[in-house]
Design a protein around this ligand. Sequence first.
Ligand SMILES: [Zn+2]
Length: 414
Amino acid sequence: MISLSNIYAQDLGKTLHDSHDYFKEKTITKRRFGYQVLKNRIEELKKNSMFEVSLATKSTEGRDIYLIKCGTGKTKVLLWSQMHGDEPTATMALADIFNFLENKKDSSKREISPVLDNLREELLKKCTFYFVPMLNPDGAEVWTRYTSLGIDMNRDAVALQTPEGRLLKQLVFDLKPDFAFNLHDKNRRYSAGQSGNLATMSFLATAFNEAQDINPTRKRAMQVIVGMNQAVQTYIPNAVGRWFSDYEPRAFGDNIQKWGSTLILVESGGYKNDPEKQYIRKLNFVALLTGLQMVASKSYKKQSIKEYEQLPVNSKAIYDLIIRNVNIKKGETTFKADIAINRNERPVTGKDYFTTSSVIEEIGDMSVFFGTDEIDGTDMEIVAEKEIGLGSKADFQIVKDGKVVYTIKNGSVE
Ligand SMILES: [Zn+2]
């Protein structure tokens, strides 16, 4: 076996990126794939002796939460996703990673690089993995952040009132993982720094105390993040962010770092024209497997935490649509302004899709903000059936010299 410890994260990232379609779990095609689809896939894994699948606990509403163990190595790695029910991107990627781990000798199929066979072998030999995909199935079913008790599990690390939160603490205490990956989504409008780049992926080496000190446990998280960032930068240049590391005494990430496991927080944000987050799912696959490779080979030790500190801090600088410098009429007054519009999604009960409802969030000088879509409305005017204003739906036309240039319907350019 060729050791992968000297492979560059960028190169491994590219190999993973180019092979993802091959490993993609085909039963999952949308964000709201639902609990049952995942459960079916996990039941399938039981047939493969390389996975040890056990019932970890039941959710408040009685859904099974599984623990999936594989690998025989010394380094223990715990990964969980979707503690917030409406944050499923990493769960999709974990399903893809199960497919990757399960495959044997893909390189006999010409399109798959032999590097990936080496990767699989190295991961399973050096590490023992414990996966808990969809830690909050009750929340996932109704598409909410909270557990069915109405509690945010990520503020329950000390109070421990949710069975799901108790499970997570118990796993950390029983298994004493060397590394822990805490996988989330976040509002898709966060930017990487004060820029127009959506923070498609964000990372955090959570703080373990108020002073945000860096001890060896936390330093390792920063070093692994550096490699994960290198793996995805090629595809999302300047669109990787990090969070402020303010200590949150009630959160799992902060406490687990304090309890002595190196904790890496990964968050999936937004990517233009990817409403179902299928491209971000691919990037999760790339980043997570690169991170795991660094953990397995200990190659993270070569990374400088300076690169972590240089990642731009997430900021809220982006709206879905900004119309610049357009003439607006209010009664007898005409004025020039920018208009910032968001399209908010609402889950349709019992379905796997969403409805969208637009809202005018701001009117005025939006020069410090960015739009995922932007229209230059110079020398144009807003014409609407009903006068537009703050909080109103974005249905209007943008007209120049009496001719319609753009039609905006429910916040989208038609
Ligand atoms: Zn979350």
